[in-house]
Structures are given as structure tokens and as C-alpha cells.
Design a protein around this ligand. Structure first.
Ligand code: GLA
Length: 382
């Protein structure tokens, strides 16, 4: 990939640049908990974005997406926003840096490419944002700390891409460390690395290759439901509930009549999911993968039936995993398509993959993509 980008960069800009990379992510458990102030448990993966970049002595960004063979130029003012969605990520990162640091950026040339599958729930967009946030911070000597780099990516999603996401993806993409998952408390932002080398098990993603058209608006709607439940709690005897993290099932029960059935189920899922992350962390400390797996199946049930962010293809893949005796399986990431993440015993791996691919193809006419997970480093200079 590096050679390909370098070649494109040289032929387009007739100069040499500097390389930066960042990563997509997996999440073992803790889904839709980040914007509820809860816990997540992600790790960076060996698939990411690579960026070649050099100053160009102008006041413009000249950006080339190698994968899409698309070229865009834009300035740094709000009204210069490009219409190409891929370029909005880069523009957004520039704008968010300017909002924090003033007019510190100068024109640059860049070519980039990636190998995170798009729309598969592995956070290709966070990888793009953090690669650029990291690169610009370094090139312009801005001394922005790593948390703020992650927040720059998150604000880019909020303000330039229309997704009111939490912090998990950008955090994992910036803080990722080879061989480690990271438990992040999204309220206090405390985090802890957990070495993850499950003896006798493998983690594998099965990509349903389904992409949901309205994923971002449905995502924002889920967030609104959670915020609504918190507001009703605050107005009904629990003034300190800022996030669903601050609530428990008894509190939710006490306002049951004041919210819709749908919002009740959404909140129930989030409250239980936050607990599950802690259960999984404890289980991992005693190498109890059976408990980890059970929690993953419960998460899938909740995401499918209560939070309603699964789809029939992902439910089908989850059912096959269960039938094959896979230890844990669930839909991963925002949902509405994308992958399941599966914790599989070594001896079951081949039969599971073979059966899942065969049955999925029989039913949906195409094979799921199979990605064995390698937990890797986050954003860095190459
Ligand atoms: C998307 C968002 C994250 C998180 C997950 C669900 O990936 O970008 O912030 O909410 O969905 O856990």
C-alpha cells in the first residue's frame, strides 16, 4: 500500500512527503455505551489508513484518495467545505484544529489509502480522521494531546459528517497498542490496557457485507432515545442522571410509564451493556472465556431485540455461531450491517468458518468476508 501511495503522491505533486498511519478498531464488548458515559473495550487492528503528506506553500489543501481515484482542493474557511464525503473528513479535522488552536495550518498536499473495509463497522472514518489529526499535529508542532486528537475526530463526525458518535472509535484509533485491548470509562476518560492473548481461542470478524443506507440517522435516533430517558429521570426524582451510566434498572422501572416502550428497551439495553463490560473485564483477569462469550451473546440479543441495531443477515450469522458451539458472537460497532465479532476455540475455527460461509452464501447469494483479528498499534508516524 505504501508504494502505491508514494507513487501517486510523486506523480501528482512532484515532491516527496512524510508517512503517517492509523488503525481501524474492533470492540470486544460495550456497544452504544460510549455516548452514554459508560465503558467500552476496543482495540486497534492491523487494518487502517496510510497518509503521505507534505507542505505545499499555498493556502490550500490538495488531497487525493488513491482508493477512490478522486482529487479535491479546498481552503481552510468554513465556506470552503468540499462536497465529496471522503474529503469532508479531512476538511473537518482541519477546521476542528483551527477552532482549538487558531490559524495554525498552512496548505498541504496529501495522498492516502486504506485497507479498513468501508461501512463494515471497523471505523474506517475514525481511522482517516485520526491519521490526519495525528499528522497535522506533528507537522505543525501543535502539541495537542492524544485525547484531544481523538476529540478532534469525534467533533469532525458531529459537525461535518452528521453522525453524533461517541468517542470510542477515535480513541481506539489513536491509543491502540499491539496485543492490547483498552477498557475506557467514557465518563471519566480513565483507561486501562488489557493484554489480550486468549490461549486456545481466536477472534474473527465475519462481514455480512450489508450496508444500511440510513445508518447515521438511525444512530442519531438511538442517541436521542437515551438522552430522552435521562431527561425524564432528571425530572422525576433523579436530578443527577447526566448519562444512562448514572442510572440502574430500578430507576428505569420507576419511570416506565413516562417513556415509550421503545425508549424503555433502548435504555434497558444500555444499562445492562455497561454492566457486561465490567463482567467481561473481571472474567478476562481469570482467563474465563466462557463468561466473556456468554456476555457477547447477551449483547447480541440486546442489540438485536432491544436496541434494534442488528439486521437479519447479522442475526443469521449469530445463529450459526451458536449452532456451531462458538464461545461468543455478536454484532459489532454501530450496527445496521457490518460484522459480527466471534470468539472461537481453535479446534472449532475451520468448521465454523466453512459452515458460516456456506450457509450464508446459500441464503443470501454471497459469502461473508472473513477477517481474523490482529490487535495492533494506533496512530503513528512511519
Ligand atoms: C459507532 C460510533 C461509536 C460507538 C459505536 C457503537 O462506531 O462511532 O462512537 O457508539 O458505533 O458502540
Amino acid at each position: 500500500m505504501k508504494e502505491r501511495i508514494e507513487e501517486c503522491f510523486k506523480s501528482r505533486f512532484a515532491t516527496e512527503g512524510v508517512f503517517y498511519a492509523s488503525a481501524g478498531r474492533i470492540n470486544l464488548i460495550g456497544e452504544h455505551t460510549d455516548y452514554n458515559g459508560g465503558f467500552v473495550f476496543p482495540g486497534a487492528i492491523d487494518k487502517g489508513m496510510m497518509v503521505d503528506i507534505a507542505l505545499n506553500s499555498t493556502d490550500k489543501v490538495r488531497a487525493y484518495s488513491v482508493d477512490l481515484d478522486s482529487y479535491v482542493e479546498f481552503g481552510f474557511n468554513e465556506e470552503d467545505a468540499p462536497s465529496e464525503s471522503w474529503a469532508r473528513y479531512i476538511f473537518g479535522v482541519c477546521r476542528e484544529i483551527i477552532k482549538r488552536c487558531g490559524n495554525v495550518l498552512k496548505g498541504f498536499d496529501t495522498a492516502f489509502a486504506g485497507d479498513v473495509p468501508l461501512g463494515a463497522g471497523m471505523s474506517s472514518s475514525a481511522a482517516l480522521e485520526s491519521a490526519f489529526a495525528f499528522a497535522l499535529n506533528d507537522i505543525f508542532n501543535l502539541s495537542i494531546d492524544k485525547f484531544e486528537l481523538a476529540k478532534i475526530g469525534q467533533s469532525t463526525e458531529h459537525n461535518y459528517c452528521g453522525v453524533k458518535c461517541g468517542i470510542m472509535d477515535q480513541f481506539a484509533s489513536v491509543f491502540g497498542k499491539e496485543g492490547n485491548l483498552i477498557r475506557l470509562d467514557c465518563r471519566s476518560m480513565e483507561y486501562k490496557y488489557f493484554p489480550f492473548h486468549p490461549q486456545g481461542y481466536r477472534l474473527v470478524l465475519l462481514d455480512s457485507v450489508v450496508k444500511h443506507e440510513l445508518a447515521s440517522s438511525a444512530y442519531n435516533k438511538r442517541r436521542e432515545s437515551c438522552e430522552n430517558v435521562c431527561r425524564v429521570m432528571r425530572e422525576n426524582g433523579y436530578p443527577r442522571v447526566e448519562f444512562l451510566r448514572d442510572a440502574d434498572m430500578a430507576m428505569l422501572g420507576s419511570i416506565r410509564e413516562k417513556i415509550s416502550d421503545e425508549d424503555y428497551l433502548r435504555a434497558k439495553y444500555v444499562i445492562e451493556e455497561t454492566e457486561r463490560v465490567l463482567t467481561v473485564c473481571e472474567a478476562l483477569e481469570r482467563d474465563d472465556y466462557e463468561t466473556v462469550g456468554k456476555m457477547m451473546y447477551l449483547t447480541h440479543y440486546g442489540m438485536s431485540k432491544e436496541y434494534e441495531v442488528s439486521c437479519q443477515e447479522l442475526d443469521f450469522l449469530n445463529d450459526i455461531a451458536k449452532e456451531c458451539g462458538v464461545t461468543g458472537s455478536r454484532v459489532m460497532g454501530g450496527g445496521f450491517g457490518g460484522c459480527t465479532i466471534n470468539l472461537v476455540k481453535d479446534e472449532l475455527y475451520d468448521t465454523f468458518i466453512e459452515k458460516a460461509c456456506r450457509l450464508y452464501k446459500e441464503k443470501y447469494g454471497r459469502s461473508p468476508k472473513v477477517y481474523p483479528v490482529v490487535i495492533s498499534n494506533g496512530a503513528r508516524k512511519l
